[in-house]
Structures are given as structure tokens and as C-alpha cells.
Ligand binder design. Structure first.
Ligand SMILES: C[S@@+](CC[C@H](N)C(=O)[O-])C[C@H]1O[C@@H](n2cnc3c(N)ncnc32)[C@H](O)[C@@H]1O
Length: 232
């Protein structure tokens, strides 16, 4: 199911993040920190070559272990410029490269990465399901997609507030309404992908860590842990 009511276009997004770039770390640094750490921890249980989509200012790059190789992409040049400055300043030699690239059209061959990470990104792209298809394409069999993402309320006051705030949120560069069902349905309809975890994340549990595994087995894996942990 595709949400067309509050769809986002790339022009709106690139303009919004050009405005956010100078202040992004200040505004969203601490508030999203726990989610970023949880995503990195999940990604590093597999390790190897990791793609971070919507890498933004590269705020999470210093936190990856140097034994992994990190590639980062983002649609916003001003955000990515900040990431490049961070890589140079902190001498982040585990960062293989940073590219301006659209998440929905990744310029990497099939089966390129052990893990694809996207923190606070899926609800900002115009076509979330097509973007997840693209993540699955570049992921090696046995690898994982690790998301930290906003999950909209199913009912009640929060759902009503999210609906009310949706037009303003769109101008700021994200969606407020996005049900967990969309992630579950995507996994259910994508042969070869399986939902393995959903875990509530702060602030206020409005976000979730969501993991999908690609069936098969050539990706690096450092742990035997990957099976379903309390989805729902
Ligand atoms: C809310 S920020 C998250 C940044 C970073 N992941 C973090 O943890 O703070 C969303 C990022 O996704 C990027 N983005 C949005 N749409 C994109 C797309 N279609 N392709 C690639 N990046 C995109 C934005 O430019 C922005 O840097």
C-alpha cells in the first residue's frame, strides 16, 4: 500500500535538508542518539561492508568499529558535505566512501553489502516500499536491513495529532503518519526477506528499530543471534 495522501517529493526533501544541514547535529544529535547506537550495534553483529543510506552529516560514522567498512549515501549535498568534513577531521579510515545518491536508485551492484542501515530515513523518501526493494537488492544473502524509523500510531489521540501535523511535517522533510503494517506487508510480499525484529525506541517509543533478514548465506556474520525478537 502506498501513502499518496502525504507523499513527499525529492525537491521538497532536498530543500528541507539544505536548510537543516547547518543545525542538524545540534537539533537531532542527542534526541536520536539511542536509536543510532541500537542500529549500529545490530549492524555490527553481522559486520563487514555496511551501507548507511541517508547518512546525513555522518553523525554515526565515528561510532562504527574500525574493523568494518562503511559506505554512506545521501540525497542532500549540504548534509553530505558535513559528513565529508567529519571524515577528514576525525580521520575515519573505515569509511570507504560517501556519495550523493538517491536511496531509491542505488548505484551499486546486487549483493554488495553485508548490512544496509537507514536511520530516520524511510519516512522521508517518496516511495518507501520501492526504497526497501532497492535495499534488498544491494544486500547479500544472509545480510540484514537495519532501520530506525518512525512508526505512526494505529489509533487514538496520537493518530489524530499526527494527521493534523502531517502537512507541516512534510515541509520539514518527513511524514508523521506511517503504520508498522507497511513494513510488515513489505516483508510479507518480498520473497526472500523476513522481518526479524521490531523494538520500540525513544523518544516516547514513537520510533522503532526494525530488522529484516535476507534469506541465504554469503554475508559475514559475527553472531548467531539474528532470529525474531519480539516483533510487535
Ligand atoms: C532525518 S535525516 C537522518 C540522518 C541520519 N541518518 C541520522 O541518523 O541523523 C534523513 C536523511 O535522509 C536523507 N534522505 C532523504 N531522502 C533521501 C533519498 N531519497 N535518498 C537518500 N537520502 C535521502 C536526507 O537528506 C537526510 O540526510
Amino acid at each position: 500500500m502506498t501513502d499518496t495522501t502525504h507523499s513527499l517529493d525529492k525537491d521538497t526533501i532536498t530543500k528541507a535538508y539544505a536548510r537543516w544541514a547547518p543545525v542538524y547535529d545540534l537539533v537531532f544529535g542527542a534526541v536520536f542518539e539511542r536509536g543510532r547506537q541500537a542500529a549500529i550495534e545490530a549492524a555490527e553483529r553481522i559486520g563487514g561492508r555496511i551501507l548507511e543510506v541517508g547518512v546525513g552529516t555522518g553523525i554515526s560514522l565515528p561510532d562504527y568499529s574500525r574493523v568494518n567498512r562503511i559506505c554512506g549515501v545521501d540525497i542532500s549535498e549540504p548534509m553530505l558535505q558535513k559528513a565529508m568534513e567529519r571524515v577528514a577531521k576525525l580521520e575515519l579510515t573505515h569509511v570507504e566512501g560517501l556519495w550523493v545518491m538517491d536511496a531509491e536508485h542505488l548505484r551499486f551492484p546486487d549483493d554488495s553489502f553485508d548490512v544496509v542501515v537507514a536511520q530516520y530515513v524511510i519516512t522521508t523518501v517518496p516511495n518507501p516500499e520501492a526504497t526497501l526493494d532497492e535495499f534488498a537488492r544491494v544486500l547479500k544473502p544472509g545480510g540484514e536491513i537495519v532501520l530506525v524509523s518512525r512508526v505512526g500510531a494505529e489509533a487514538g489521540l496520537r493518530k489524530a495529532l499526527e494527521k493534523w501535523f502531517a502537512p507541516a511535517a512534510r515541509k520539514l522533510g518527513w511524514r508523521t503518519e506511517f503504520s508498522f503494517n507497511r513494513y510488515a506487508q513489505w516483508a510479507g510480499s518480498h520473497q526472500g526477506m523476513r522481518l526479524v525484529e521490531r523494538r520500540a525506541m525513544p523518544p516516547f517509543g514513537h520510533f522503532s528499530l526494525i530488522r529484516f533478514a535476507k534469506l541465504g548465506g554469503t554475508a559475514a556474520r559475527r553472531s548467531d543471534e539474528p532470529q525474531m525478537r519480539a516483533a510487535g
